[in-house]
Design a protein around this ligand. Sequence first.
Ligand SMILES: *Cc1c(COP(=O)(O)O)cnc(C)c1O
Length: 381
Amino acid sequence: MKFNTKAIHGNQKHDPSTGAVMPPIYQTSTYAQKSPGQHKGFEYSRTGNPTRSALENAFASLENGKFGLAFGSGLAAIDAVMKLLKPGDEVISTNDLYGGTYRLFTKIYEKFGIKFHFIGFRNTNTLSKLINKKTKLIWIETPTNPMLNIIDIEAVVKIASQHKILVAVDNTFATPYLQLPLDMGADIVMHSATKYLGGHSDVVMGALVVNDKDLSEKLYFIQNASGAICGPMDSFLVLRGLKTLHVRMQRHCENAAIIANYLEKHPKIEKVYWPGLKTHPNHKIAKKQMNDFGGMLSFSTKGNYKVDAMKVVENLKIFTLAESLGGVESLCGHPATMTHASIPKEEREKTGVTDSLIRLSVGIEDVSDLIDDLEQALMII
Ligand SMILES: *Cc1c(COP(=O)(O)O)cnc(C)c1O
C-alpha cells in the first residue's frame, strides 16, 4: 500500500459491532468481563482503549513499524523511552535539541543518575569518540529545531549498531510523509503528534513506533505502569488528522519552498534556514533521506538586533505569534525568548539560536497572502 492510501486505511478496520467507518470515541474507563479475566481484549482504559488502539495501529502503519503507542504528550512519549534506562547509563544527543526535551533530560533524568552528552552530529567522529560501554541510547532530531540541521540517520545507525546502542529519532518536524527512520535502521521513532500528525492545533499528544517485539513490550509495560496515556477523544481527533497528513504535508512543503526563496532574496534577511535550499549546509543529506523538505523554516534579520526580529513577529498578521507548529495555520515564533528560553544564552547562541532568529511554521493558506504578510512586516524594520 502506498503512503497516501495508508494515511487513510493503514491498519484500520471498520468498527466490528456497528460497521462504523470511523472508530467510535470509546469514552469508557472499564469493560464488562464475563468471568474474571475473560474479556474482549480490553479491561481498563489505561491499559487499552479501542479508539486509542485504532490510532496506535495507524501510527505504526504510517511509520512502517510493527508497534505503535500513543501518549498524553510528546514529552510523555520521550519520558517513556528514558524509563528504559537505569542510573549510570549514558545518552548521546544533539546540541540543538527541542527545548522541552533538553529540559526533561537535564532537569529530571540527570538527577536520576543518567549522563547526557550534547554534540553536533556533523562529524560522526565526535559521536564515535564518546561511545563507551555505558552508552545505551542515541537520541536525535532531524530536521532539528529551530536551525533545521539535518542528521544523517543511516550514518548514526551504522555506528550505533556496532555497539548495540538504541537509536531514537524524533520525527516530529519531518513526519513519515517525508522520512521513515525505522526503514533507515532506527529502533524508535517518536512524535509530538500535537504538531503535523494531529495537524489542527487542537490536541496535545505523543507517539512512539518500534519494530522490535521485546522493545515494544518494554514500552507497553512503561506506558501502562507509568500511565501517561491519551484519552479517547484526543485519539479520535488525531486519527482524523492523520487521514489528511499527505495532502497537508504536500502543501506545507510547496508553500515553504516559495517562502524560503522569497526570504533568501530579501534585502533585510541575513540567512534562511530551510533544508530544501541549495545553500543549506546539509542539503545533500536532506535530499538523500527525505522525500521533500518540510514546512518549517527559520531566518535571521540583518544587523542582529533582537528588537528587529521582535518587531517582525509582532507585526505579522496571518502568521500568529505562538508556540507550537505543524497545524494548518501559519505560526511564527521567536525561539530565543519562546521555545528555547530554557536553554542558557551561551549554549543556544553556539548553535545559532540568536536573538535575531525567527521561526516559521508555514501553514496551508494561499501562499501569496503569506508572502504579502511577510512583506508588510519586514517593511516596518
Ligand atoms: C513539540 C515538540 C516536542 C514535545 O511534544 P509535546 O507534545 O509538546 O509534549 C518534542 N519534540 C519536538 C521536535 C517538538 O516540536
